[in-house]
Every structure is written in C-alpha cells, then in structure tokens.
Design a protein around this ligand. Structure first.
Ligand code: NDP
Length: 286
C-alpha cells in the first residue's frame, strides 16, 4: 500500500457517542423522570487523577447525568473507603461507581475493587465482570478496551477472521482488549515483554493494538501494509508533548488506518465510561 493511512478520529467519534448518550439520558428523564448517576471516588491529591476526575464529572454533567465526585483525603483508611463504597452500593440513585486509580499505597486496590457492586462497576474491573468477559458473556467491560473496539468496528467492515496482535497484557487494557477481539472472531495473539521477535509477531497482524507505555516503540517496518493500528499508549516526552506507543510518522505511511495520540483512544475512554453508566442504569433499573 502506498500513500498515507486513514486517520481514525477518536475525538469526533467520542463526541458523537456522547451526543447519542445525551439524547438517551434526556429520553429516560422525559419518559420516567429518572436520571442515571455516576459517582467517582478520588482518594488523595495525585495531580493527574484530579484532572481525570474533573473531566469525568464535567462530561457526565454535559450528557445530563447526575454526577458526583467524592474527594477523600490522602490519609483515608481502607476501612473508611470501604464504608464510602458500601454507602454508594446501597444508594439506588447511584448507577455507576468508579474509584480513581492509583490509590495511595496503604490501601489494597484489589480489596477496594472487590467491594464495588459488580452491577455498578463502570470501570469493568471487578472480578465478576472480568470473569464474565473471559467467558465471552459481557457484564460491564473496561472503558479503554471498549473504546478501542468501537474505533475498530468503525474502521473495518468486519473483524471476523482477522489476525489481531495486542501488545500488552494488563488487566486494564491488554487482556480485556484481547478478549473482546476474540469475541469479534479475530485470531488473537497477546504479546508482552517476554515475547520473542515482537516485530515479526506484529508483522502478521491485520489489527495491531499497542498498550505498552513505551514511546514510539512500534516502528513503521513492523506494520503489515494496510493494517489497522490502534495506539493506546499515552507517553509524555521530555518536551511535554504526548506521544503513543507507535511511531506514528513511520506507521502512517504503511498502515491502512491508524489512531493518533492525542485524539485517538484517549477521548473514547470517558465516552465509554458514560456508555457503561447507561448500560448499568438499564441493567439495574430496567
Ligand atoms: P501496564 O504497564 O500495566 O502494562 C504494560 C504492558 O506492556 C505489560 O503487559 C508489559 O509486559 C508490556 N510491555 C512492556 N514492555 C514491553 C516491551 N518492550 N515489549 C512488549 N511488551 C512490553 O500498562 P497499561 O496497560 O495500564 O497501559 C499501557 C499504556 O496505555 C500506557 O501508556 C498507558 O498510559 C496507556 N493507557 C491509556 C489509556 C487511554 O485512555 N488512552 C487508558 C489506560 C492506559 P509484561 O506483562 O510482560 O510486563
């Protein structure tokens, strides 16, 4: 293939998804007088987490949802945080609960995630939701992987039978993306830091999902001509600019379609959080 890849516009896709969610929220309110509610819990003062929580709150309000951020001090104990989650689990007006990660070191993240009602776990990280996904039966699916799939389904007429390589095997991104690709009938390879001949593995792929956290690691000559490339990586360079895990300048000359960083997967994550809140609302309240 010659020429430049088509750019998959995550920003526009996310805006369209939020608009659709906004219309649905308005319809629910008009018909039933109910408003889906998203509650985000933040412990401590991590600057990046504060920014993420503020934008989740803002975008939830923009689509007409009830949104609340529970900002707890850094010295909050595990017991206090568990009590807050018990309160939110018991509150029928709360449809989605998200605990912003990372938590301070004195709190056991696994224990906290286990304590979220799986029906309200809009981050899709509870073992029940992860187990459902592994069994091919979707509960609530992690937001970034869901965003990757929406972009792929938009970029490709069919995913069935395609070779997909996911680089990264984290609980948050790599593993759930791989499960979703398998559900979409791709032939899936999960690569990681111990994979031998990563360039050779990636060269087989019709679909590449890079979720590593290493700036520009995936080179243009690793990409099969015409492949669809989804770059999940968000890496800050010394000059302050953001870059993905894929060498975009090289890959754009070889791929058929590619997501940019920023403006690709990133904006889809919060839009999918809102989508999950609506899914949780429907599952719980009919
Ligand atoms: P993790 O650090 O949890 O996982 C990284 C994965 O990459 C691991 O499985 C690791 O392998 C693998 N890896 C590391 N080095 C190599 C290598 N040299 N070759 C092959 N594989 C390697 O990261 P996350 O999954 O949480 O995030 C990945 C990236 O996605 C980050 O840049 C993060 O900022 C970004 N991100 C973006 C989001 C968005 O909204 N766009 C949301 C979440 C994350 P091993 O398991 O063997 O150690």
């Amino acid at each position: 293939m010659t020429g430049e890849a088509r750019i998959i516009d995550g920003k526009a896709t996310a805006a369209a998804l939020r608009a659709e969610i906004g219309r649905e929220v308005a319809a629910i309110k008009a018909a039933r007088g109910l408003v889906p509610g998203l509650h985000v819990v933040l412990v401590g003062e991590d600057p990046a987490s504060k920014v993420y929580v503020a934008s989740k709150e803002k975008l939830a309000v923009e689509v007409g949802m009830n949104s609340a951020a529970h900002r707890l001090p850094a010295e909050t104990t595990e017991v206090q945080l568990l009590a807050k989650l018990a309160e939110l689990n018991a509150d029928d007006s709360v449809d989605g609960i998200l605990v912003q990660l990372p938590l301070p070191k004195h709190i056991d993240t696994g224990r906290i995630i286990d304590a979220i009602d799986p029906a309200k776990d809009v981050d899709g990280l509870h073992p029940i939701n992860a187990g459902l996904l592994a069994g091919g039966k979707n509960g609530l699916v992690p937001c970034t992987p869901l965003g990757c799939m929406l972009l792929l389904k938009q970029a490709l007429p069919s995913l069935s039978g395609l070779d997909a390589v996911v680089i990264g095997r984290s609980e948050l991104v790599g593993r759930p993306v791989a499960q979703l690709l398998l559900q979409a009938d791709c032939t899936v390879t999960i690569a990681h830091s111990r994979t031998r001949d990563l360039p050779g593995v990636v060269r087989r792929a019709d679909i590449v999902v890079a979720a590593v956290g290493r700036p520009r690691m995936v080179k243009g000559d690793w990409i099969k001509p015409g492949a669809t490339v989804i770059d999940v990586g968000i890496n800050r360079l010394p000059d302050g600019k953001l870059t993905g895990d894929v060498d975009f300048a090289e890959a754009v000359k070889v791929a058929g379609a590619i997501t940019p960083v920023p403006g690709g997967v990133g904006p889809m994550t919060i839009a999918c959080l809102l989508k999950n809140t609506l899914t949780a609302f429907h599952a719980r309240r009919g």
